[in-house]
Design a protein around this ligand. Sequence first.
Ligand SMILES: Nc1ncnc2c1ncn2[C@@H]1O[C@H](COP(=O)(O)OP(=O)(O)O)[C@@H](O)[C@H]1O
Ligand SMILES: [Mg+2]
Length: 321
Amino acid sequence: MNKLFNIGIAERFSKSNWNEKFLESLNKKIEEGIHFSYEIINIDKSDWLEQIKPYNIIIWKSPWMGQLSNHYKEKIYFIKYFLKKETIPNLDTIWHFESKIAQHFLFKELNIKSPKTFLTFDYREAMEYINQCLYPQILKLSAGSGSNHVKMIKNKRQAKIEIKKHFTKTRTWAYLRKISDHQMFGSVYLQEFIPNNDSDLRITTIGDKYAFGFWRKNRKNDFRASGSGKIDFNRKVPEDMIKYCLDISKKLNFDSMAYDILFEDNKALITEISYGYNHEVIYNTPGYYENLSNNEINFKQGHYWPEYLWVEWLFEKFKIY
Ligand SMILES: Nc1ncnc2c1ncn2[C@@H]1O[C@H](COP(=O)(O)OP(=O)(O)O)[C@@H](O)[C@H]1O
Ligand SMILES: [Mg+2]
């Protein structure tokens, strides 16, 4: 006997309209004879707690980036631990979204190769670091996308000016009376510069089973690729990198994740992870990679929306047949 699954699609009227594609994919499942019910619910409304009640799985895609995405993290935490319901994407996928700081903890603890990063909330330690580190350094704000808050720091003088901007004094009156350094409040995230990359590799996984890959070229006379819009669908995507990212997604229980990758000689370094990606670029790739049960990778040619594979993943994950 089939368990009855009630799937709620969290409604968001955003331009990109992931919901339309979720709906099409769910309808296809019904046509295939799979038993479940679904409804669109609006989890942004004041009555969201009542709306969400009948559903045991909620599939959603937040259009919010930046600070607002934190409210979604709170909501997903609450849905998981207090309402005891499943979400796609789950909390493991989203808790570090828009936080390069949180991602740095993950990379460090789990030995995920990434550029050497210095992160501190201690002003004095930051000032000491910039006295002895090698330059250039790449300074990043924790939140941000499209390279908007990624900057090259060429020397100690520039680093000093930038770090002062990243820390504020806790009290203005104290500042006027010349406060001590330990009253400075803020954080700094500095990364070694990885040279000789004219592009970065973007691999997007869905569950531990599906992946898309493409390269993004740097802006003209710039070391930054993210947000350049110069997508290269023709350059070969290394299959070992597909496997590598799928393995990380499996280990960390990610429902979907886009990995930004640079190379130092042949060593791959992950600079950032995010589930908040553009679905049109994914659709425009020449196809997707599937991790088969014998651990081989199969390439499926054609244009596919990621939403279709999110739904495939949902049904596999919760064993809805
Ligand atoms: N440590 C680094 N060394 C060299 N280039 C980097 C480094 N970190 C990032 N980049 C370049 O800058 C771009 C933006 O950095 P990223 O950390 O992905 O921030 P964003 O959140 O803006 O996408 C990347 O696409 C990459 O091309
Ligand atoms: Mg990036």
